[in-house]
Design a protein around this ligand. Structure first.
Ligand code: FAD
Ligand code: NAP
Length: 509
């Protein structure tokens, strides 16, 4: 049973009150938290008004249900009565009403395609759209459909061959700069899934294999020619007549954002304290998974809480801050490290905190719009982080110090409430001593009287004091991450100080 006091929910400053992805969020009334919604869905109350019947909905019928007190929305061909959910929607009623009586798939995908609406709204399901779904279900876009000629030319292809003991699937991407971060492979229960990222598109090989294979999968990438080999070991040395049965999205090349999120179960192998309320979770990927989360990108964790699948984003970090800059830090690729603050009233983080070593949790493919190329030719890099907004800065810092040859300065301006909240303070101070390009400035909003450092909150004057380029025409990037209002204010102050859109990167969902 979850220990969530209903009265405290959602508390001021909760994720359920503040916006993700730069959208304004409205304060939810007391008793309208996600946990309250889960309770309502479990209460047995008829939330569709159809007494459990599922119906076929025509476009005309859908359009009639366009008022707050009678609001239906179609997402990926399924129609939901969202009226009972209105007051629980963290984005507010007006956001939901934008899609009232229509197909809200595009709007939904733009704002939060990672939210598991199928689970959240399952009790609100009215039925399917009659005749044709207005938008194709994720991952079901027919092969190459709707792609421009130039994209068609880029469409990867695949082939396979076998020896007595192995099966090799070869994917020809036609891309020169393939790397491990662009290749995601999973093989579970005879199901092989190989996703290749090509720009903002995704190519998928997805088959139900002809025969069983062993757990460990090898992936070879010929970076210069863009050829990828997925090598599977046969369980039995039999001759395969075919690779396997193609699954729904097999051999499709579609926009990345149209591809559904894929999850695999990862084992919690350690949980170590970082501060009084923040822990470093180490998750082990299955042996059959090949996945490297790119710098600046996040993954989604999914967990069933009280019968509802809840999904939250987290940004992988390194196991520690490396102090050796000769080459970029690389670990075995088998583990994902997440630095997570446990909120006393947090729905998801409380559930995470209760995970035991050896328990499993679902981890998605990476997402995010940060590109390393934004950093490659930089001279000055500023990182503005608040609280766990530090997490995307970890890999970024390591990448900049090891791989950006023209870099002159990296400055982390780290906002926290108290000294006890500062994440990896010792490591940051050691790094600053070791590398003269790196500087760290801690700013506390609620320090004790002993604090001799800087005090305050993000402001124009603080930013003009600390964000100073090393030369007049320096190539600069300022990355910012923290609670959404912090990030939004920071971006505005930086713009007011004369920095251009290209010189600012805000990490959001
Ligand atoms: P909720 O149930 O949503 O909130 C309940 C309680 O948590 C509130 O009552 C309040 O006490 C507290 N709370 C929640 N958010 C805040 C806040 N911003 N300020 C003050 N109190 C708050 N978090 C990490 O710890 N590590 C990460 O690496 C990380 N990466 C993220 C990446 C992205 C792209 C995004 C959008 C968010 C990231 N987060 C990260 C935040 C994370 O997704 C959750 O929002 C967070 O863990 C809270 O979840 P919850 O369900 O426990 O809290
Ligand atoms: P926190 O401890 O509550 O706050 C850290 C610092 O930020 C404090 O000094 C705090 O000052 C200040 N702050 C908080 N809200 C502010 C606001 N509205 N305006 C100005 N300053 C503000 O932070 P946290 O609990 O660790 O939360 C971290 C946030 O980062 C979460 O919202 C999380 O979702 C987000 N995050 C995003 C990503 C991403 O990639 N998008 C990654 C990781 C984390 P006060 O004393 O005034 O509170």
């Amino acid at each position: 049973m979850l220990n969530v006091p209903p009265q405290a929910f959602p508390a001021p400053g909760s994720q359920q009150r503040v916006s993700a992805g730069g959208r304004a969020k409205v304060p939810l009334k007391p008793g309208r938290s996600l946990m309250d919604w889960i309770r309502l869905t479990k209460s047995g109350k008829d939330l569709t008004g159809l007494k459990g019947r599922l119906i076929e909905v025509t476009e005309d019928e859908l359009a009639k249900h366009n008022k707050k007190e009678d609001c239906w929305i179609c997402i990926r061909g399924f129609v939901y009565n969202v009226t009972p959910y209105m007051e629980y929607h963290p984005g507010g009623e007006d956001e939901l009403m934008k899609a009232a009586g229509t197909d809200g798939t595009d709007l939904f995908d733009q704002v939060h395609r990672w939210v598991n609406y199928e689970s959240m709204l399952k009790e609100c399901l009215v039925g399917r759209m009659a005749v044709k779904p207005i938008a194709a279900p994720k991952g079901m876009v027919p092969e190459k459909k709707g792609l421009g000629a130039s994209v068609k030319d880029l469409t990867p292809s695949y082939d396979w061959f076998q020896t007595d003991s192995s099966i090799t699937v070869v994917i020809y991407t036609k891309q020169k700069d393939m790397n491990a971060e662009l290749v995601i492979v999973d093989c579970q229960d005879k199901r092989l899934r190989g996703e290749i990222i090509v720009g903002d598109h995704s190519y998928l090989v997805e088959v139900d294999l002809d025969h069983a294979v062993q757990e460990d999968v090898a992936v070879n990438i010929a970076e210069k020619v863009g050829k990828i080999e997925i090598i599977l070991k046969k369980k039995d040395n039999v001759h395969w007549k075919m690779l396997g049965q193609p699954l729904e999205s097999h051999n499709t090349f579609i926009k990345r954002t149209d591809r559904g999120l894929f999850y695999r179960k990862c084992k919690l192998v350690s949980k170590t304290e970082v501060t009084h309320d923040t822990k470093l979770f180490c998750l082990m990927l299955p042996k059959s998974t090949h996945l490297h989360v790119p710098t600046g990108q996040h993954v989604y964790l999914k967990k069933n809480i009280a019968g509802t699948e809840v999904v939250k984003p987290y940004t992988p970090v390194l196991p520690f801050l490396p102090l050796d800059f000769k080459e970029p830090f690389s670990h075995d690729g088998a583990h994902i490290y997440l630095m997570i603050k446990i909120y006393s009233c947090g729905l998801f983080t409380q559930a995470l905190d209760h995970l035991q070593i050896g328990d499993y949790i679902s981890v998605s493919n990476p997402e995010g719009n940060f590109k390393k190329s934004q950093v490659q030719t930089l001279e000055d890099l500023f990182l503005l982080a608040a609280g766990t907004g530090f997490t995307p800065m970890v890999k970024l810092l390591n990448f900049a110090l090891t791989e950006v040859s023209c870099l002159r300065t990296v400055k982390l301006i780290f906002f926290n409430k108290t000294e006890d909240d500062i994440l990896w303070r010792n490591q940051l101070e050691q790094l600053a001593l070791k590398d003269e390009r790196f500087e760290v400035q801690f700013i506390l909003s609620q320090p004790t009287k002993d604090w001799v450092g800087k005090q305050g909150k993000i402001s124009s004057s603080l930013l003009s004091e600390f964000v100073k380029i090393s030369r007049k025409d320096s190539k600069v990037l300022i990355c910012i991450c923290g609670p959404t209002p912090f990030t939004e204010q920071g971006v505005q102050y930086l713009k007011d100080l004369g920095y251009s859109q290209e010189e600012i990167h805000a990490f959001t969902a």
